[in-house]
Every structure is written in structure tokens, then in C-alpha cells.
Design a protein around this ligand. Sequence first.
Ligand code: SIN
Length: 308
Amino acid sequence: MVNLSIQLAPKHPRGLLLANPVMTASGTFGYGTEYGHLFDIQKLGAIVCKGTTLEPRDGNPQPRLAETAGGLLNSIGLENIGVNALIKEKAPIWASWHVPVIVNIAGETVGDYTRLAGQLDGVAGISGLEVNISCPNIKAGGAEFGANPDSAAEVTTAVRKATSLPVLVKLTPNTSDIARVALAVAEAGADAISLINTLKGMAIDIAKRSPLLGNITGGLSGPAIKPVALYMVYEVAGAVDIPVIGCGGITTASDALEFIMGGASAIQVGTASFSNPRAPLDVLEGIEQFMKKEGIKDISELVGVARI
Ligand code: SIN
């Protein structure tokens, strides 16, 4: 037997104990319900749902997806059902699950984030919040907040005050010093930090002589960004004393192990789920096999083991 469990919020009064370090990345796994017929999603460490806003959103104009070499550009624009429908329709389902569900929240103003946090506080079925200050595809808010330490800290402080739930903050790579942003967020009371969200990018349709995405720019995810994400996780894990959750191009167990050895306490599988819906479970099983083969009894023995 190997122990895969990890404590994601050691400074939080209730903590957030995951059975294992494999989470799904927001926006790539719907509300979890969509994947239930494909594999036993209860085996995962946690599910993070699509970015949720105060009001429902239709998202950006089509086209909103473009494949790139080793990656995927998206400009979804936070299409989602809105917080009221989430509380009414999704949370009661989650309340019957034993896998924790974390709600990713996104807003245009600090007040949006605090209202979302307040409304979700105490709702059965919700185990934590992931504060999305990193979406590159909306006109106001999102990544604007995550681009500098002061605004990132302001949102974190406000959310921290508005909820008793564990607070994760998801960072953008589209900033000059992600470690400084991470430190500011940690000092403002975040329980854990997840990174990275997508890298801002674009594609051009040469036949039409125009940008391919309806929103002109989008966010790049997938294997193409893995080395960048890993580097940033390594930097951030060296800067903060709260758990770091690695995300960005993780497709296999060995990808996940790189992030864990680089300092991540947990990881999120995102774009990989689009080509292999079982990817999160495959990653989990691969980590377990690696530990058995290497005689590692507890996942904590691997966290940060490659750090110099
Ligand atoms: C989107 O909905 O545009 C992507 C969400 C995100 O990057 O946080």
C-alpha cells in the first residue's frame, strides 16, 4: 500500500485533505458530471469546475478553439451557467460525492469575487474555492488581477474575508514575476496556489487574412507549455510556504511526477482530458505504479525532491 493523500490547506482550520494529488483543471472537466459515465471520477483527488461568474455567460464569439503544435488555444470567455444555477443544480449532486469539488470563481471587480465567495460559503457539496485571477479571455478582471502582486493580494484578502472555505488562487503566467505575485497572494491568506493558467497567444487564418479566433487572442495550454509551467511551479514553490498545485500540459504520470518533484504538492490535468477523457485516472494510476516500483511509501517523499 502507498499513501497518496495530501493536505492541500494545512493552515486552514478544517484543512482540505485529498485522497491523492490528482485534480482536474478548471474548464476541462465541466462540472464533473459529464465524465461520470467514462470512469470512476470518485477516485480522483479533487474536481475543479468551470470558471463561475455571478451571472450566466454565453462566452466569446466563435471560433473559440484552435489546435497548435503540441497545444490548444482557447478563447471561451468563461461561458458558464452562473452561480445561482450552480448552487441549485450542481452542488446537490456534488454533496453526494466523496471526491471534493472546488469551485473556480471569476469576476470583473473585487466585489464580484467577494459576492461569489459569500454566496458559495456553507453550500453543501463545495469543498473549496479556486480564485481565478488568470483568465486571459475576458475584457475586464480575470488575468488583469493576477498580473501584479498588489491587485492579486487585494482580491485574495477580500475573498479570504468573505468565506470560511479553503481558498486556492490560480495564477497567470502572463506576468513579469510570478513568484512575487505568489508571495503576495500567500501573505494575503491563500491556503494554496495553483499555476499556471494559459499563456496568451493567437493564430492567423492565412486564407482569410484574419485572426483565427473570434476574440483575436486566446490562451495556450497543452504539452507545448509544460516546460514553462514546470519552471514557474519550481520558482513559486521556492517562494511560498503554502502548497503549490502544478498545472500546464500534464498528460502522463511522468509529467505529473516532474511537477511533484519540482515542488508541487498536487497537480491538475487539463487539456489532456480532451483527447483522453481518462487522462486524470491514467495519471493517478501511473503515479501509484511508479511509487510501488521505486519503493516509495508516501507521496510526500517525492514533493520537491528534485529541488536544488
Ligand atoms: C475561458 O473561459 O476563456 C478560459 C478560462 C480561463 O482561462 O480561466
